[in-house]
Ligand binder design. Structure first.
Ligand SMILES: [Zn+2]
Length: 316
């Protein structure tokens, strides 16, 4: 029976019921519950960024194999974490423009790998940017040099992303970098900027490509890591997302940014099985394209249904 039919039947029962107040109370209570469900469904189906001023928005932009995450605070301030690879720069710029973004308040390049910073030069050339954070890790690639050149062209100095640095996106969203915590080898992933954001009762953890060693260090430093939503490290690779870490974060929702049938086999079977075991809802750009979450400080929701825990067969 659909909801409208059920509502109709409940109203009829309330009118006809001769068994006294208690039954009437229970029916009215059920009727109210259904109305709330209908209102929530209507709210979800009507959500679009333009219509959601006053809400925090977290956009996982589909950039194929790579990361690009846009955060908009309830008062309209913006943060962009990564911008996909070189070919994704235009995709990110047009996504931001389509969503009414005029400037970037905080830009983060999590680490020098091309699938994260490749599109940053195009973004820097296209938007006025107030603050730009990257970890203190250089790289010899043209991609990395292009980012430095774009920042220089715009007179944009690079602030160091490292554990303990505090940020604010507008008045209501507060953040803290949890990584990098020291100097590492030449493995760029180890240098990944990790950032945790809070908005009222809700929290968000963005892992970049941080790996298990980083997770252990973050837990060892007794950082606050419990979060309602986590962007998993390294595209769902088994080199990130250890069981202890995900249990400590204890998220309701996990997001993986990767490309369909990518050559790395991301996300890996081990990660997917762990999420399934822990009953963590999973959203993934390889299955669902760009995904937007909304938050009013008490709840987090999206108009997309959760993705699957399916992994790619070896050799794909
Ligand atoms: Zn990556």
């Amino acid at each position: 029976m659909d909801l409208a039919a059920e509502c109709h039947q409940i109203i009829a029962k309330i009118r006809n019921d001769k068994r006294g107040c208690k039954m009437r109370f229970l029916l009215i209570h059920r009727f109210k519950f259904i109305l709330i469900v209908i209102a929530a469904a209507a709210m979800l189906s009507s959500c679009s960024p333009q219509e959601n001023e006053g809400l925090m928005q977290v956009h996982f932009i589909d950039v194929g194999q790579g990361d690009a995450t846009l955060i908009v605070s309830p008062d309209g301030k913006t943060m962009l974490i990564d911008a996909g690879d070189n070919s994704a720069g235009d995709t990110v710029v047009s996504y931001l423009r389509r969503h009414g973004i005029k400037s970037i308040d905080i830009l983060v390049g999590t680490h020098p790998d091309s699938d994260h910073i490749g599109g940053l030069d195009t973004v820097i050339d296209s938007f006025e940017t107030a603050e730009f954070y990257m970890p203190r890790k250089s790289h010899t690639t043209n991609t990395f040099m292009d980012v430095l050149s774009a920042a220089k062209r715009k007179g944009l100095s690079i602030k160091e992303a490292k554990a303990g640095v505090l940020i604010s996106i507008g008045n209501d969203v507060k953040g803290r970098f949890l990584n990098p915590r020291s100097s590492y080898s030449d493995d760029n992933n180890l240098w990944s900027a990790v950032v945790r954001l809070e908005y009222a009762d809700k929290s968000f953890l963005f892992m970049g490509d941080a790996v298990v060693q980083n997770e252990l260090e973050i837990m060892g430093a007794a950082e606050k890591i419990d979060s309602d939503l986590i962007k998993l490290g390294h595209h769902g690779s088994s080199t990130s997302t250890s069981e202890d870490f995900i249990k400590s974060v204890s998220p309701d929702v996990a997001v993986i940014s990767s490309k369909q049938n990518n050559s790395y086999g991301h996300p890996h079977k081990e990660t997917l099985e762990l999420l399934k075991e822990q009953s963590i809802l999973l959203y993934r750009t390889d299955e669902q394209g760009s995904i937007v979450f909304y938050c009013d400080g008490k709840k987090i929701w999206t108009d997309k249904k959760p993705g699957t825990y399916n992994y790619y067969k070896e050799g794909n």
